[in-house]
Design a protein around this ligand. Structure first.
Ligand code: SF4
Length: 447
Protein backbone atom coordinates (compact mmCIF):
# COMPACT_ATOMS: atom_id res chain seq x y z
CA UNK A 1 0.00 0.00 0.00
CA UNK A 2 1.51 3.32 -0.99
CA UNK A 3 2.20 6.12 1.38
CA UNK A 4 -0.33 8.45 -0.28
CA UNK A 5 -3.02 5.81 -0.11
CA UNK A 6 -2.36 5.22 3.60
CA UNK A 7 -2.76 8.95 4.03
CA UNK A 8 -5.95 8.76 2.01
CA UNK A 9 -7.31 6.03 4.23
CA UNK A 10 -6.45 7.88 7.42
CA UNK A 11 -7.84 11.29 6.63
CA UNK A 12 -9.59 12.42 9.75
CA UNK A 13 -13.31 12.54 9.48
CA UNK A 14 -14.40 16.07 8.77
CA UNK A 15 -17.82 17.35 7.93
CA UNK A 16 -19.11 17.95 4.42
CA UNK A 17 -18.77 21.72 4.57
CA UNK A 18 -15.13 21.50 5.62
CA UNK A 19 -14.45 19.01 2.85
CA UNK A 20 -16.18 21.27 0.36
CA UNK A 21 -14.05 24.20 1.46
CA UNK A 22 -10.86 22.19 1.00
CA UNK A 23 -11.79 20.46 -2.23
CA UNK A 24 -13.42 23.43 -3.95
CA UNK A 25 -10.41 25.55 -3.06
CA UNK A 26 -8.07 22.87 -4.43
CA UNK A 27 -10.00 22.86 -7.72
CA UNK A 28 -9.87 26.61 -8.33
CA UNK A 29 -6.57 26.45 -10.23
CA UNK A 30 -8.19 24.65 -13.12
CA UNK A 31 -9.44 27.22 -15.63
CA UNK A 32 -10.87 24.81 -18.18
CA UNK A 33 -14.41 24.84 -16.85
CA UNK A 34 -16.38 26.79 -19.45
CA UNK A 35 -19.28 24.99 -21.03
CA UNK A 36 -19.60 26.65 -24.42
CA UNK A 37 -20.88 24.25 -27.04
CA UNK A 38 -22.56 21.89 -24.60
CA UNK A 39 -25.58 20.06 -25.90
CA UNK A 40 -28.88 21.53 -24.74
CA UNK A 41 -30.94 19.19 -22.55
CA UNK A 42 -33.99 19.76 -20.44
CA UNK A 43 -36.27 18.02 -18.03
CA UNK A 44 -39.55 18.95 -19.69
CA UNK A 45 -42.04 16.14 -19.76
CA UNK A 46 -41.66 15.49 -16.05
CA UNK A 47 -38.65 13.18 -16.31
CA UNK A 48 -35.34 13.98 -14.74
CA UNK A 49 -33.79 16.85 -12.87
CA UNK A 50 -32.22 20.00 -14.24
CA UNK A 51 -31.49 21.34 -17.65
CA UNK A 52 -28.63 22.89 -19.56
CA UNK A 53 -29.23 26.01 -21.61
CA UNK A 54 -27.14 26.75 -24.66
CA UNK A 55 -25.23 29.32 -22.68
CA UNK A 56 -23.96 26.63 -20.34
CA UNK A 57 -23.42 26.38 -16.65
CA UNK A 58 -23.37 29.05 -14.03
CA UNK A 59 -19.99 30.65 -13.42
CA UNK A 60 -18.53 32.83 -10.79
CA UNK A 61 -15.36 34.86 -11.17
CA UNK A 62 -12.38 35.00 -8.90
CA UNK A 63 -10.98 38.45 -8.05
CA UNK A 64 -8.32 38.04 -10.75
CA UNK A 65 -10.98 37.45 -13.42
CA UNK A 66 -10.61 33.68 -13.61
CA UNK A 67 -13.82 31.85 -14.35
CA UNK A 68 -14.96 29.40 -11.67
CA UNK A 69 -18.14 27.32 -11.85
CA UNK A 70 -20.08 27.11 -8.65
CA UNK A 71 -19.73 23.39 -8.07
CA UNK A 72 -16.21 22.92 -9.26
CA UNK A 73 -14.73 20.40 -6.96
CA UNK A 74 -12.21 17.61 -6.55
CA UNK A 75 -13.22 14.16 -5.43
CA UNK A 76 -10.04 14.19 -3.39
CA UNK A 77 -6.91 16.28 -3.15
CA UNK A 78 -4.82 13.27 -2.16
CA UNK A 79 -2.50 12.47 -5.04
CA UNK A 80 0.18 9.92 -5.83
CA UNK A 81 1.79 12.20 -8.39
CA UNK A 82 4.23 14.96 -7.66
CA UNK A 83 3.61 17.68 -10.23
CA UNK A 84 5.66 20.57 -8.93
CA UNK A 85 3.22 23.30 -10.01
CA UNK A 86 0.27 21.68 -8.20
CA UNK A 87 -0.83 22.41 -4.68
CA UNK A 88 -2.20 18.85 -4.36
CA UNK A 89 1.06 17.13 -5.25
CA UNK A 90 2.26 14.23 -3.09
CA UNK A 91 4.93 16.33 -1.36
CA UNK A 92 2.65 19.30 -0.63
CA UNK A 93 1.88 20.05 2.96
CA UNK A 94 -1.83 20.78 2.64
CA UNK A 95 -4.81 19.47 4.51
CA UNK A 96 -6.28 16.49 2.63
CA UNK A 97 -9.87 15.51 2.25
CA UNK A 98 -11.99 13.25 0.10
CA UNK A 99 -15.59 12.87 -0.88
CA UNK A 100 -17.31 9.60 -1.60
CA UNK A 101 -19.14 9.50 -4.95
CA UNK A 102 -22.45 9.58 -3.06
CA UNK A 103 -21.46 12.77 -1.27
CA UNK A 104 -20.66 14.54 -4.56
CA UNK A 105 -23.93 13.33 -6.06
CA UNK A 106 -25.89 14.64 -3.09
CA UNK A 107 -24.08 17.99 -3.12
CA UNK A 108 -24.68 18.42 -6.84
CA UNK A 109 -28.38 17.68 -6.55
CA UNK A 110 -28.82 19.82 -3.43
CA UNK A 111 -27.05 22.79 -5.00
CA UNK A 112 -28.89 22.29 -8.22
CA UNK A 113 -32.29 22.28 -6.56
CA UNK A 114 -31.37 25.47 -4.69
CA UNK A 115 -30.48 27.02 -8.02
CA UNK A 116 -26.88 27.62 -6.99
CA UNK A 117 -25.42 25.73 -9.93
CA UNK A 118 -26.30 24.40 -13.32
CA UNK A 119 -23.77 21.64 -13.44
CA UNK A 120 -20.75 19.88 -12.08
CA UNK A 121 -17.08 20.18 -12.90
CA UNK A 122 -15.37 17.19 -11.30
CA UNK A 123 -11.69 16.46 -11.12
CA UNK A 124 -9.56 14.42 -8.73
CA UNK A 125 -6.11 13.73 -7.43
CA UNK A 126 -4.89 10.25 -8.31
CA UNK A 127 -5.39 7.72 -5.54
CA UNK A 128 -4.23 4.10 -5.64
CA UNK A 129 -4.13 4.08 -9.44
CA UNK A 130 -5.39 5.98 -12.46
CA UNK A 131 -8.08 3.35 -13.09
CA UNK A 132 -9.27 3.26 -9.48
CA UNK A 133 -9.61 7.07 -9.45
CA UNK A 134 -11.33 7.14 -12.81
CA UNK A 135 -13.83 4.52 -11.61
CA UNK A 136 -14.80 6.81 -8.72
CA UNK A 137 -15.15 9.83 -10.99
CA UNK A 138 -17.26 7.87 -13.47
CA UNK A 139 -19.39 6.54 -10.63
CA UNK A 140 -20.45 10.09 -9.71
CA UNK A 141 -21.51 10.87 -13.28
CA UNK A 142 -23.24 7.51 -13.72
CA UNK A 143 -25.28 7.92 -10.52
CA UNK A 144 -26.26 11.46 -11.46
CA UNK A 145 -27.37 10.46 -14.93
CA UNK A 146 -28.85 7.01 -14.41
CA UNK A 147 -30.10 6.98 -10.81
CA UNK A 148 -31.19 10.64 -10.58
CA UNK A 149 -31.80 11.46 -14.25
CA UNK A 150 -29.72 14.59 -13.86
CA UNK A 151 -29.84 16.60 -17.10
CA UNK A 152 -27.49 19.38 -16.06
CA UNK A 153 -24.04 19.93 -17.45
CA UNK A 154 -21.26 17.54 -16.40
CA UNK A 155 -17.62 18.15 -17.16
CA UNK A 156 -15.25 15.37 -16.09
CA UNK A 157 -11.52 15.72 -15.91
CA UNK A 158 -10.04 12.48 -17.14
CA UNK A 159 -6.70 10.82 -16.52
CA UNK A 160 -4.65 9.91 -19.58
CA UNK A 161 -3.27 6.81 -17.86
CA UNK A 162 -6.77 5.42 -17.21
CA UNK A 163 -8.05 2.59 -19.36
CA UNK A 164 -9.78 3.34 -22.61
CA UNK A 165 -12.94 1.62 -21.34
CA UNK A 166 -13.18 3.96 -18.37
CA UNK A 167 -12.55 7.05 -20.47
CA UNK A 168 -15.28 5.85 -22.82
CA UNK A 169 -17.61 5.40 -19.84
CA UNK A 170 -16.80 8.93 -18.66
CA UNK A 171 -17.60 10.29 -22.11
CA UNK A 172 -20.93 8.48 -22.15
CA UNK A 173 -22.17 10.44 -19.12
CA UNK A 174 -20.37 13.76 -19.51
CA UNK A 175 -21.05 16.74 -21.75
CA UNK A 176 -17.42 17.67 -21.85
CA UNK A 177 -14.32 15.75 -20.93
CA UNK A 178 -10.87 17.17 -20.68
CA UNK A 179 -7.31 16.16 -20.02
CA UNK A 180 -4.90 18.85 -19.01
CA UNK A 181 -1.81 18.91 -21.15
CA UNK A 182 -0.29 21.26 -18.53
CA UNK A 183 2.89 22.34 -20.36
CA UNK A 184 3.60 22.67 -24.07
CA UNK A 185 6.97 20.87 -24.14
CA UNK A 186 7.79 17.31 -23.10
CA UNK A 187 11.15 18.30 -21.58
CA UNK A 188 9.47 20.74 -19.16
CA UNK A 189 6.81 18.19 -18.32
CA UNK A 190 9.50 15.67 -17.43
CA UNK A 191 11.16 18.20 -15.13
CA UNK A 192 8.00 19.52 -13.45
CA UNK A 193 5.57 16.59 -13.70
CA UNK A 194 7.74 13.47 -13.87
CA UNK A 195 4.83 11.01 -13.85
CA UNK A 196 3.13 12.66 -16.84
CA UNK A 197 3.94 12.26 -20.49
CA UNK A 198 2.97 14.35 -23.46
CA UNK A 199 2.80 11.41 -25.92
CA UNK A 200 0.49 9.53 -23.51
CA UNK A 201 -1.78 12.55 -23.14
CA UNK A 202 -1.89 13.06 -26.91
CA UNK A 203 -2.72 9.37 -27.38
CA UNK A 204 -5.63 9.65 -24.91
CA UNK A 205 -6.86 12.79 -26.69
CA UNK A 206 -6.73 10.90 -29.96
CA UNK A 207 -8.91 8.13 -28.52
CA UNK A 208 -11.39 10.65 -27.17
CA UNK A 209 -11.55 12.38 -30.55
CA UNK A 210 -12.30 9.06 -32.25
CA UNK A 211 -15.11 8.34 -29.82
CA UNK A 212 -16.57 11.83 -30.24
CA UNK A 213 -16.48 11.35 -34.01
CA UNK A 214 -18.10 7.92 -33.70
CA UNK A 215 -20.78 9.38 -31.42
CA UNK A 216 -21.56 12.04 -34.01
CA UNK A 217 -21.58 9.58 -36.91
CA UNK A 218 -23.81 7.04 -35.17
CA UNK A 219 -26.28 9.31 -33.50
CA UNK A 220 -27.44 6.65 -31.06
CA UNK A 221 -24.01 6.36 -29.42
CA UNK A 222 -23.98 9.08 -26.82
CA UNK A 223 -20.59 10.57 -26.11
CA UNK A 224 -19.34 13.93 -24.81
CA UNK A 225 -19.68 16.64 -27.40
CA UNK A 226 -16.21 17.98 -27.01
CA UNK A 227 -12.89 17.97 -25.22
CA UNK A 228 -10.75 20.79 -23.92
CA UNK A 229 -7.45 21.23 -22.15
CA UNK A 230 -5.44 23.66 -20.11
CA UNK A 231 -1.84 24.85 -20.20
CA UNK A 232 -0.13 26.60 -17.33
CA UNK A 233 1.61 29.79 -18.38
CA UNK A 234 4.74 31.03 -16.69
CA UNK A 235 5.70 27.93 -14.66
CA UNK A 236 8.39 26.93 -17.16
CA UNK A 237 10.61 28.76 -19.66
CA UNK A 238 8.32 28.03 -22.65
CA UNK A 239 7.89 30.98 -24.99
CA UNK A 240 4.50 32.14 -26.22
CA UNK A 241 5.28 30.55 -29.60
CA UNK A 242 5.60 27.16 -27.82
CA UNK A 243 2.11 27.57 -26.34
CA UNK A 244 0.61 28.58 -29.67
CA UNK A 245 2.31 25.78 -31.61
CA UNK A 246 1.02 23.26 -29.08
CA UNK A 247 -2.48 24.77 -29.23
CA UNK A 248 -2.37 24.59 -33.04
CA UNK A 249 -1.36 20.93 -32.78
CA UNK A 250 -4.26 20.17 -30.43
CA UNK A 251 -6.90 22.05 -32.41
CA UNK A 252 -5.68 20.54 -35.68
CA UNK A 253 -5.13 16.93 -34.65
CA UNK A 254 -7.73 16.42 -31.95
CA UNK A 255 -10.28 19.13 -32.76
CA UNK A 256 -10.31 20.45 -29.22
CA UNK A 257 -13.09 22.91 -28.51
CA UNK A 258 -10.92 25.11 -26.36
CA UNK A 259 -7.40 25.41 -25.08
CA UNK A 260 -7.29 27.35 -21.83
CA UNK A 261 -4.26 29.29 -20.71
CA UNK A 262 -3.93 29.65 -16.99
CA UNK A 263 -1.32 31.99 -15.55
CA UNK A 264 0.72 30.11 -13.00
CA UNK A 265 -0.07 31.21 -9.45
CA UNK A 266 2.67 30.76 -6.89
CA UNK A 267 1.49 28.20 -4.36
CA UNK A 268 2.34 27.79 -0.69
CA UNK A 269 5.48 25.67 -0.04
CA UNK A 270 6.33 25.88 -3.71
CA UNK A 271 9.01 23.70 -5.24
CA UNK A 272 12.38 25.35 -5.90
CA UNK A 273 11.95 24.42 -9.58
CA UNK A 274 9.22 27.01 -9.96
CA UNK A 275 9.62 30.73 -10.53
CA UNK A 276 9.02 32.86 -7.45
CA UNK A 277 6.68 35.25 -9.22
CA UNK A 278 3.54 34.78 -11.25
CA UNK A 279 3.72 35.97 -14.86
CA UNK A 280 1.82 39.18 -15.63
CA UNK A 281 -1.86 38.30 -16.03
CA UNK A 282 -1.88 40.24 -19.29
CA UNK A 283 0.29 37.46 -20.81
CA UNK A 284 -2.57 35.01 -20.33
CA UNK A 285 -4.90 37.57 -21.95
CA UNK A 286 -2.59 38.03 -24.97
CA UNK A 287 -2.41 34.24 -25.43
CA UNK A 288 -6.20 34.06 -25.55
CA UNK A 289 -6.23 36.84 -28.16
CA UNK A 290 -3.56 35.06 -30.21
CA UNK A 291 -5.52 31.81 -29.90
CA UNK A 292 -8.58 33.68 -31.24
CA UNK A 293 -6.53 35.01 -34.16
CA UNK A 294 -5.52 31.46 -35.08
CA UNK A 295 -8.99 30.01 -34.86
CA UNK A 296 -11.17 32.73 -36.33
CA UNK A 297 -8.94 35.16 -38.21
CA UNK A 298 -6.87 32.47 -39.97
CA UNK A 299 -3.49 33.70 -38.74
CA UNK A 300 -0.63 31.20 -38.70
CA UNK A 301 1.40 30.73 -35.53
CA UNK A 302 4.58 31.88 -37.30
CA UNK A 303 2.81 35.12 -38.27
CA UNK A 304 1.74 35.84 -34.69
CA UNK A 305 5.02 34.80 -33.11
CA UNK A 306 7.73 34.78 -35.79
CA UNK A 307 11.17 33.38 -34.94
CA UNK A 308 12.53 36.83 -34.16
CA UNK A 309 9.57 37.58 -31.79
CA UNK A 310 8.73 34.31 -30.00
CA UNK A 311 6.83 36.17 -27.26
CA UNK A 312 3.70 38.26 -27.69
CA UNK A 313 3.89 41.97 -27.01
CA UNK A 314 2.27 42.70 -23.69
CA UNK A 315 1.50 46.36 -24.37
CA UNK A 316 -0.57 45.93 -27.55
CA UNK A 317 -2.80 43.18 -28.90
CA UNK A 318 -1.29 40.57 -31.25
CA UNK A 319 -3.27 41.71 -34.29
CA UNK A 320 -2.03 45.27 -34.01
CA UNK A 321 1.41 43.89 -33.34
CA UNK A 322 1.30 41.92 -36.61
CA UNK A 323 0.06 44.99 -38.50
CA UNK A 324 2.94 47.09 -37.20
CA UNK A 325 5.43 44.44 -38.30
CA UNK A 326 3.78 44.24 -41.74
CA UNK A 327 2.98 47.86 -42.58
CA UNK A 328 3.60 47.26 -46.30
CA UNK A 329 0.41 45.12 -46.32
CA UNK A 330 -1.67 48.27 -45.65
CA UNK A 331 -3.79 50.21 -46.41
CA UNK A 332 -6.55 47.72 -47.18
CA UNK A 333 -9.44 49.00 -49.29
CA UNK A 334 -12.67 47.92 -47.57
CA UNK A 335 -14.55 48.30 -50.86
CA UNK A 336 -12.33 45.88 -52.79
CA UNK A 337 -10.24 43.69 -50.48
CA UNK A 338 -10.84 39.96 -50.04
CA UNK A 339 -12.43 38.84 -46.78
CA UNK A 340 -9.12 37.32 -45.62
CA UNK A 341 -7.46 40.73 -46.08
CA UNK A 342 -10.19 42.50 -44.10
CA UNK A 343 -9.56 40.06 -41.23
CA UNK A 344 -6.07 41.49 -40.96
CA UNK A 345 -7.15 45.08 -40.31
CA UNK A 346 -6.74 46.01 -36.63
CA UNK A 347 -10.03 47.05 -35.09
CA UNK A 348 -12.08 45.12 -37.65
CA UNK A 349 -13.60 41.92 -36.29
CA UNK A 350 -14.75 38.83 -38.15
CA UNK A 351 -18.42 39.78 -37.95
CA UNK A 352 -17.88 43.29 -39.27
CA UNK A 353 -15.56 42.09 -42.03
CA UNK A 354 -18.37 39.78 -43.24
CA UNK A 355 -20.94 42.57 -42.97
CA UNK A 356 -18.72 44.86 -45.02
CA UNK A 357 -18.48 42.28 -47.80
CA UNK A 358 -22.29 42.15 -47.86
CA UNK A 359 -22.88 45.92 -47.70
CA UNK A 360 -20.39 46.81 -50.44
CA UNK A 361 -22.46 44.86 -52.97
CA UNK A 362 -25.03 47.66 -52.62
CA UNK A 363 -22.93 50.72 -51.93
CA UNK A 364 -19.41 52.09 -51.52
CA UNK A 365 -18.55 52.17 -47.82
CA UNK A 366 -17.63 55.47 -46.21
CA UNK A 367 -16.29 56.22 -42.73
CA UNK A 368 -19.82 56.98 -41.53
CA UNK A 369 -20.80 53.40 -42.45
CA UNK A 370 -17.96 52.07 -40.33
CA UNK A 371 -19.17 54.23 -37.45
CA UNK A 372 -22.61 52.68 -37.81
CA UNK A 373 -21.00 49.23 -37.72
CA UNK A 374 -19.20 50.28 -34.53
CA UNK A 375 -15.79 49.54 -35.98
CA UNK A 376 -12.99 50.60 -33.66
CA UNK A 377 -11.98 53.58 -35.80
CA UNK A 378 -9.16 54.69 -33.55
CA UNK A 379 -7.44 51.42 -34.36
CA UNK A 380 -8.66 50.82 -37.88
CA UNK A 381 -8.43 54.18 -39.70
CA UNK A 382 -4.63 54.25 -40.21
CA UNK A 383 -4.88 50.86 -41.93
CA UNK A 384 -7.85 51.10 -44.28
CA UNK A 385 -9.25 52.96 -47.26
CA UNK A 386 -12.91 53.91 -47.65
CA UNK A 387 -14.65 55.96 -50.36
CA UNK A 388 -13.87 59.12 -48.39
CA UNK A 389 -10.71 58.18 -46.47
CA UNK A 390 -7.20 57.33 -47.65
CA UNK A 391 -4.44 57.34 -45.02
CA UNK A 392 -1.10 58.82 -46.09
CA UNK A 393 1.88 56.45 -46.19
CA UNK A 394 3.41 58.53 -43.40
CA UNK A 395 0.41 57.83 -41.21
CA UNK A 396 0.73 54.05 -41.66
CA UNK A 397 4.47 54.17 -40.99
CA UNK A 398 4.12 56.45 -37.99
CA UNK A 399 5.68 55.26 -34.74
CA UNK A 400 2.85 57.04 -32.93
CA UNK A 401 0.37 54.23 -33.66
CA UNK A 402 1.92 51.99 -31.09
CA UNK A 403 2.20 54.78 -28.52
CA UNK A 404 -1.50 55.61 -28.95
CA UNK A 405 -2.61 52.06 -28.16
CA UNK A 406 -0.05 51.03 -25.55
CA UNK A 407 -1.03 51.71 -21.94
CA UNK A 408 0.20 55.06 -20.73
CA UNK A 409 3.25 54.84 -18.47
CA UNK A 410 2.17 55.04 -14.87
CA UNK A 411 3.77 57.39 -12.44
CA UNK A 412 4.87 55.75 -9.22
CA UNK A 413 3.03 57.29 -6.33
CA UNK A 414 5.14 59.36 -3.99
CA UNK A 415 4.39 58.34 -0.46
CA UNK A 416 4.67 60.84 2.33
CA UNK A 417 7.45 59.66 4.58
CA UNK A 418 7.35 60.26 8.33
CA UNK A 419 9.55 63.17 9.45
CA UNK A 420 11.91 60.85 11.26
CA UNK A 421 12.60 57.32 10.27
CA UNK A 422 13.86 54.95 12.96
CA UNK A 423 17.29 53.64 12.04
CA UNK A 424 16.17 50.05 12.37
CA UNK A 425 13.25 50.51 10.01
CA UNK A 426 13.27 48.37 6.89
CA UNK A 427 13.44 50.41 3.67
CA UNK A 428 10.07 50.38 1.90
CA UNK A 429 9.72 47.55 -0.61
CA UNK A 430 10.24 48.77 -4.19
CA UNK A 431 6.99 49.04 -6.10
CA UNK A 432 6.76 47.22 -9.38
CA UNK A 433 4.66 48.29 -12.30
CA UNK A 434 2.69 45.64 -14.07
CA UNK A 435 0.68 46.05 -17.24
CA UNK A 436 -3.04 45.95 -16.53
CA UNK A 437 -5.34 43.99 -18.81
CA UNK A 438 -6.82 46.66 -21.06
CA UNK A 439 -10.53 46.89 -20.22
CA UNK A 440 -11.58 47.71 -23.77
CA UNK A 441 -10.04 44.55 -25.16
CA UNK A 442 -12.42 41.69 -24.83
CA UNK A 443 -11.32 38.19 -25.66
CA UNK A 444 -12.96 37.25 -28.87
CA UNK A 445 -14.16 40.78 -29.49
CA UNK A 446 -13.42 42.99 -32.47
CA UNK A 447 -9.70 43.57 -32.28
S1 SF4 B 1 -1.83 14.54 -11.07
FE1 SF4 B 1 -3.14 16.34 -10.99
S2 SF4 B 1 -3.72 16.54 -8.83
FE2 SF4 B 1 -1.97 15.14 -8.91
S3 SF4 B 1 -0.19 16.44 -8.57
FE3 SF4 B 1 -0.46 16.29 -10.80
S4 SF4 B 1 -1.75 18.06 -11.36
FE4 SF4 B 1 -1.90 17.78 -9.12
Amino acid sequence: MTCAYRHFEHIVRINTLEKLQILADAAKYDASCASSGAQTKDSRGGKGVGSTGGVGICHSYAPDGRCISLLKVLLTNVCLYDCHYCINRRSSNVQRARFTPDEVVKLTLDFYKRNYIEGLFLSSGIVRSADYTMELVVEVARKLREDHHFRGYIHLKTIPEASDTLIAEAGRHADRISINIELPREKDLKRLAPEKSLPRTRAAMGQIKERIDEGKAERKVRFATGQSTQMIVGADPSRDSDFLHRARDLYGNFRLRRVYYSAFSPIPDASARLPLQAPPLVREHRLYQADWLMRFYKFRVDEITPNENPDLDLDIDPKLSWALRNRAFFPVDVNRAALAELYRVPGLGVRNAKRIVGIRRQTQLRVSDLIRLRVNLKKALPFLITADHHPARMEIDSERIRAIHAPKPQQLELELMPATVPETAEPPAPKTLSLPIPKAEVIGGEF
